[in-house]
Design a protein around this ligand. Structure first.
Ligand SMILES: [Zn+2]
Ligand SMILES: [Zn+2]
Length: 203
């Protein structure tokens, strides 16, 4: 077998990104803009900014073991809304929501309370459903959020029942999260209690 580097490497991410299973799996902790020989997958979790594919998703199911922050509902990434997280319901990111008037925090859960142009319209709904389909097998890896959203929040309510089949008590094999992701969740929770981990030092 001849290992050949693809002639055109893809700038994959401005920060961390999932590594596709065919490239070994797991999570890439590289900081800053960098390139990979593999394509940014799963595609619905990437958005383009100036020819870079930026991972915009919850890193938990991909074995990420570092500090995580809890969000509820869709929101812009960073100050502008050129990058938009289409994840409905509770989820994690490896970055913190900005302490600005656009976010309200309830028990450390970030709710975006600004205008939501990217979430609206046919394109927004389609993007959200593609992202939801990627995360459907990993409902159990989402954060448990029981707080009441602030009154200024107008996002979509999310119920895991809407994602799981009705007979959720007997999940199909495909709906079972990978063992690595399951163990990493408990692992991260334990380690976070002990000490804050920096994603750069993850691996
Ligand atoms: Zn990477
Ligand atoms: Zn998000």
């Amino acid at each position: 077998m001849v290992a050949r580097r693809a002639p055109s490497t893809r700038r994959c991410s401005v920060d961390g990104n999932p590594i596709p299973a065919q490239a070994g799996g797991g999570f890439c902790y590289l900081d800053g803009a960098h390139r990979h020989h593999y394509s940014p997958l799963p595609a619905p979790l990437y958005q383009s900014v100036a020819s870079a594919a930026v991972f915009v998703g919850d890193p938990t199911p991909f074995g990420y073991e570092g500090q995580r922050f809890t969000f509820y509902g869709q929101h812009p990434i960073a100050a502008s809304d050129s990058l938009w997280c289409f994840l409905d319901g509770p989820h994690f990111h490896y970055f913190e929501a900005p302490r600005s008037a656009l976010f309200r925090f309830v028990d450390a859960v970030a709710f975006y309370v600004g205008a939501a142009p990217r979430a609206e319209g046919r394109k927004g709904v389609e993007s959200a459903s593609r992202v939801a389909a990627v995360y459907a097998p990993w409902v159990t890896l989402r954060p448990r959020v029981s707080v009441t959203p602030p009154p200024e929040w107008h996002g979509r309510r999310w119920a895991s029942a809407a994602v799981l089949p009705v007979a959720a008590a007997v999940p199909a094999p495909a709906a079972t999260p990978p063992a690595a992701a399951r163990s990493s969740l408990a692992h991260v929770q334990t380690r976070l209690r002990a000490q804050g981990l920096h994603p750069e030092r993850g691996q």
